[in-house]
Design a protein around this ligand. Structure first.
Ligand SMILES: NC(=O)C[C@H](N)C(=O)O
Length: 331
């Protein structure tokens, strides 16, 4: 019999309708009471960690969740974290960096409809999540709408549908249907390896999505606020260098000691900085490339990297090293 710890953090799954709309209130014990009594397979214990809409989650909330898993790691076979869907992808990735070498599943789930509503997806999702948490696997996973997605590749694509999440630039791991788990991609893990817990982060990171017309002057302001900037460039890595050129300002950022990371605002296939003139105006060795990583993983990875070291070369090295399948290695 597997021993599972279910940690709740809020989100729609735990929400009730108040005067100003849905807000999270339902405690862990009530969430667990919706699980079918399949207690021959697993025993679930639970704890309310926080009760927030995931919009209100902060990087410090990821630390709190990671610490809770670390604190209870030896006493359970698997973990389920219920969470709001809006920033679930960021938390899934953040936990993948803070909890490495996992030999047990840490499964994040939630729902689009509150758990006590008639047409809710919450019961299926927690059931699937607990079912997957009983598997003999190691890593952080999001289980939602019947799909199991590796933690660093989760992206929310739909605001309302039950199949809200997709696995981007990596195959999904498995499907869960009733109590059947069918694998598409098995990931290796070492059972006896010691789990590596490291939750040091530096939250001074900005995400900037370019659009035609982005004002260069903006960079003067952000220079004083952040240590790292992730720029969602156009296509394979384009930065405007003619009217409203951003090139000079990016050079200034780098010279003032800010880590500049380039990614693309296109969801699939990643950046390819060498391809066009528009992506060569800032020399490649001055910035950090991200290849086919998702923005939702780049942000917590950069916060985590800056939490480990202030050395630019070290930050670059951490960002370039594949962790928990977040980058497809180049051949
Ligand atoms: N479906 C949800 O959970 C959305 C909610 N606003 C949240 O992220 O907490």
């Amino acid at each position: 019999m597997k021993k599972i710890l279910l940690l709740t953090t809020g989100g729609t799954i735990a929400s009730v309708l108040g005067k100003e709309g849905l807000y999270p209130e339902i405690p862990a014990e009530e969430i667990v009471s919706y699980l079918p009594e399949q207690y021959d397979r697993y025993k679930v214990e639970c704890k309310t960690l926080m009760n927030v809409d995931s919009t209100n989650m902060q990087p410090e909330s990821w630390v709190k969740i990671a610490e809770a898993v670390n604190e209870h790691y030896d006493r359970y076979d698997g973990f389920v974290i219920t969470h709001g869907t809006d920033t679930m992808a960021y938390t899934s990735a953040a936990l993948s960096y803070m909890l490495q070498n996992l030999a047990k599943p840490v499964v994040i789930t939630g729902s689009q409809i509150p758990i006590h509503y008639k047409r809710t997806d919450a019961k299926t999702n927690i059931n699937d999540a607990v079912r997957f948490a009983c598997e003999d696997v190691g890593g952080v996973f999001t289980v939602f709408g019947g799909l199991v997605i590796i933690g660093t590749r989760v992206v929310k694509l739909r605001t309302k549908s039950y199949d809200a999440f997709e696995s981007i630039n990596f195959p999904y791991i498995a499907r869960v249907n009733q109590s059947e788990v069918s694998y598409q991609r098995k990931i290796p893990f070492v059972k006896d390896k010691k789990m590596k817990f490291n939750s040091s982060i530096c939250p001074d990171v900005l995400l900037l999505k370019l659009h035609p017309g982005t004002k260069p002057e903006l960079f003067d302001y952000i220079k004083n606020l952040y240590k790292g900037i992730v720029i969602e460039t156009f296509g394979t890595g384009g930065i405007p260098f003619q009217e409203r050129s951003l090139v000079q300002k990016i050079h200034e950022l780098i010279h003032s000691g800010i880590t500049v990371v380039f990614t693309t605002q296109v969801l699939e296939e990643g950046e390819d900085l060498g391809l066009y003139e528009v992506s060569r105006k800032v020399p490649e060795d001055m910035i950090i490339r991200t290849r086919d990583m998702n923005t939702e993983a780049i942000i917590p990875k950069l916060m985590w990297a800056l939490g480990q070291t202030n050395e630019p070369e070290q930050v670059k090295k951490i960002m370039a090293t594949p962790i928990a399948y977040d980058i497809t290695p180049t051949k």
